[in-house]
Write a new protein. Structure first.
Length: 337
């Protein structure tokens, strides 16, 4: 492994400490002095806090002068809640900047050019694939103009999400349910339909993750035309709730994109999941399978209008994990020819 790759991996490790659900990308930065020794490491902790480069420069102090910066995303070139990182790097007299991914945000891009104009040596494209995976949903939202959508389900092996009498608690065990809370914590919004809101009265908050007393709560989103009944737990004030009077998946995602949300979790019933799948607006499926059989009851997905096996929505598994007695399968839809 060459030195640039090794130090970029250190920056990526720092980036993963950031909050995935934050409106901003997860970014890590490593500063070396003129002799190549690491003198500063930083990561972005969330919107409104110092960017990774600024945090790493603060740790490095005067030792940064004449050194090299390794950063997982091209340094920003705009003033938002904080100033442009490109200017901060120039002011710190950095000699060389190595970055992994070019910034796709038109408002922030251009940092590499600004650095080069100031005489800084700039090199991009180091460990790009690994860096893109760290910010997969944020990059997707910037490039595609809509959030990354994760469809979550919990079902029996025969694909039932509830028994004939409507009971569904609990299909999966404690380990799988705890994993769902961790999944929620990685998302900026959790979306359900009014049918699920009325029938199940879910709370949709993050609880018990990493021992946190007050974990970051996703936006709770209810879509559909029926009003929520008084006293529903979604109106308990424990997290913000947004009611969208629409059944159009594209309209839902446009509203969430405008709020800076780049990762969305679908936790609704079969109808909601089917609507997003039929619209081609699901990027990842997380399916929790319990080793149980019901034989009847609502299925995990409603009618997709598919009449022959050649039209099936095919998925590529990217992870299979055993959680207590249950199995979690993470998969992404294959592109149809």
């Amino acid at each position: 492994m060459d030195e640039d790759s090794a130090l970029m991996r250190l920056a990526l490790s720092a980036a993963r400490r950031g909050v995935e659900a934050d409106p901003n990308p997860r970014v890590g930065c490593v500063v070396t002095d003129s002799a190549g020794a690491v003198v500063g490491v930083g990561h972005h902790r969330g919107a409104g806090t110092p960017h990774a480069e600024v945090a790493a420069l603060a740790a490095a102090g005067e030792a940064a002068s004449g050194g090299t910066v390794y950063v997982t995303l091209e340094p920003c070139n705009h003033t938002g809640r904080t100033g442009p990182c490109s200017r901060a790097l120039v002011a710190a007299r950095i000699a060389r900047v190595v970055f992994a991914v070019a910034d796709p945000d038109p408002a922030a891009a251009g940092g590499a050019a600004t650095l080069a104009e100031a005489g800084v040596i700039v090199e991009g494209g180091v460990l790009t694939t690994e860096a893109e995976e760290v910010n997969a949903s944020w990059l997707h939202a910037k490039r595609m103009g809509r959030p990354w959508v994760v469809a979550k389900s919990a079902s029996t092996l025969d694909g039932r999400v509830a028994a004939v009498d409507g009971t569904s608690r609990w299909i999966t065990g404690e380990a799988a349910r705890a994993d769902v809370h961790a999944l929620r914590a990685r998302c900026g919004a959790v979306v359900i339909g009014t049918g699920t809101a009325i029938t199940d009265d879910p709370q949709l908050t993050v609880r018990g993750t990493d021992g946190a007393d007050a974990p970051r709560q996703p936006l709770r989103v209810v879509v559909g035309h029926r009003p929520l009944p008084a006293g529903t737990r979604l109106l308990d004030g424990d997290a913000e709730t947004l009611v969208l009077n629409t059944r159009d998946p594209a309209e839902v995602l446009a509203s969430l994109q405008a709020r800076g949300i780049h990762r969305v979790l679908l936790e609704g019933g079969p109808t909601l999941s089917a609507a997003f799948l039929a619209a081609g607006l699901v990027d990842e499926v997380v399916a929790y399978l319990a080793p149980a059989l019901l034989g009847a009851g609502p299925s995990v997905i409603a009618d997709l209008g598919i009449t022959t096996i050649t039209e099936a929505v095919r998925l590529q598994p990217i992870d299979v994990t055993i959680l207590g007695p249950d199995v979690r399968i993470t998969a992404r839809p294959l592109q149809r020819s």
